[in-house]
Design a protein around this ligand. Structure first.
Ligand code: ARG
Length: 459
């Protein structure tokens, strides 16, 4: 049943139906659409459109539909309806006959879809917050399990300075906490209800918009009907949240792919998140991590796609805006899946502490330390940097680490170097000297870890 048939003499073409119908994907909004309709039926009853008895019958039927929707029992595949809104109305008409034809009084699919989608986004923000919290927990637990591990830190993928493993974990924890904060901000900003805005100009019926906003769980109604039906900022913001978080996930994935490589060998991934090769029997590939990295493409694409769709659209509703959904549904689903699999990966990680320490010790990661040692003896940092660089060059030529050079040789570069330099060049010593707040020394890392452990216990 088309919702708009009266003015037409001819039917729609097959091809038009294919391009126009959104039921194949907006069926996801069934429960939001039905809940919105229940609240709408109450609002129009209060406006005198339905008697109390009619409203009660309608609400009962809608609640029955809601139960079936939530049980996955609605037959969308067998339906000829255009979208979820006409589907719900048709189902109601099947059950109640003419009474159901009163439901759409004073309402438009424009304020209806805006309300449905906002409800969906709010609910999924809450789910994604929970997913992010779970990953937060996995990272903090992994940091706790491998507290003693020291591994190389990199810049330009060159070994730079050693790090405590928890410091690496907690770097990602900071990113995922910001992702949660971004979702909080979005939820606060979008917490306004479009219902009652009509097609674009508001509704002539005496609707208490404050009340329907509250009943649907929004903080307040949208303040301008024209904006309310045209606004998709909340979808864009959600896609930006998803994209930024996927970017964080992909960086973590990339770090771990490298740490897991034969060349680094710092960690092993569990069998449950890796796969083999059909040809090379020895292979164990980090597929889960590669897919996290790979899925960024489609999520970023959805953000870009919707920005382009919305650009230059005149007010108010235009059918272009129906293109807001598939990308957003997919992005949210992929983000959710990636967060969940990231938890499994992090939980499965086993570290090779000896190999990590060995790599951290090699690669002249203590060259900065030697420079700082000389600074401590009164040498200006720039000069100390130069001397330490010359020591590295000499050590490289002999295929040795700095600390493997004998004292006489080191003193050839500066006679301020003494026996105590060897202690300074030691891995743990130099890591733990980074004692500043936010640094990788044992004290600040332990304090940060304790704080995160406490926060996951509270949650
Ligand atoms: N299926 C449409 C969408 O998702 C619903 C709104 C249709 N409104 C209209 N005036 N044709 O955007």
């Amino acid at each position: 049943m088309a919702l708009w048939g009266g003015r037409f003499q001819g039917g729609s073409s097959q091809m038009f139906r294919q391009v126009n119908d959104s039921l194949p994907f907006d069926q996801i909004l069934a429960s939001q659409d039905i809940r919105g309709s229940i609240i709408w039926s109450r609002a129009i009853a209060r406006a005198g459109v339905l008697s109390d008895e009619e409203q009660a019958r309608m609400e009962r039927a809608l609640k029955g539909l809601l139960v079936r929707a939530e049980a996955g029992e609605l037959d969308f595949a067998g339906s000829q309806e255009e979208d979820i809104h006409s589907f719900v109305e048709a189902a109601l008409i099947d059950e109640l006959g003419d009474l159901a034809r009163k439901l759409h009084t004073g309402r438009s699919r424009n304020d209806q879809v805006a309300t449905d989608f906002r409800l969906w986004v709010k609910e999924h923000c809450a789910q994604l917050q929970q997913d992010l919290r779970q990953l937060h927990r996995s990272l903090v637990k992994s940091a706790e399990r491998h507290q003693q591990v020291i591994l190389p830190g990199y810049t330009h993928l060159q070994r730079a300075q050693p790090l405590r493993y928890p410091h690496w974990c907690l770097a990602y924890v900071e990113m995922f906490k910001r992702d949660m904060g971004r979702l909080d901000d979005l939820m606060r900003r979008m917490d306004q209800c479009p219902l009652g805005s009509g097609a674009l100009a508001g509704t002539t019926y005496a609707i208490d918009r404050q009340e329907i906003a509250e009943q649907l769980g929004f903080a307040s109604p949208c303040l301008n009907s024209l904006d309310a039906v045209s606004d998709r900022d909340y979808v864009l913001e959600l896609l930006f949240c998803a994209s930024t978080s996927m970017m964080h996930l992909s960086r973590m994935a990339e770090d771990m792919i490298f740490f897991n490589s034969g060349e680094a060998g710092f960690l092993r991934l569990g069998d449950q998140v890796t796969s083999g090769s059909s040809l090379m029997p020895q292979k164990k590939n980090p597929d889960a991590l590669e897919l996290i990295r790979g899925k960024c493409g489609r999520v970023f694409g959805s953000l870009q796609g919707l920005l382009v769709t919305m650009k230059g659209l005149p007010l108010a509703y235009n059918k272009d805006m129906q293109e807001d959904k598939e990308g957003a549904f997919d992005a949210v689903n992929q983000w959710h899946i990636c967060l969940m699999i990231a938890c499994e990966v992090v939980d499965s990680v086993e570290l090779d502490a000896a190999r990590c320490a060995q790599a951290a010790q090699q690669g002249y990661a203590n060259a900065t330390e030697l420079a700082d040692y000389l600074v401590g003896k009164g040498v200006p940092f720039r000069t100390a940097h130069d001397i330490s660089g010359q020591v590295v060059l000499a050590a490289l030529a002999e295929g040795k680490a700095i600390e493997e050079l004998p004292l006489e040789q080191l003193r050839g570069f500066s006679d301020l170097i003494e026996e105590d330099v060897y202690q300074v060049l030691q891995l743990e010593y130099l890591v733990d000297k980074r004692n500043v707040l936010g640094g990788t020394g044992k004290a600040p890392v332990t304090a940060a870890l304790q704080q995160e452990l406490a926060s996951i216990d509270i949650k």
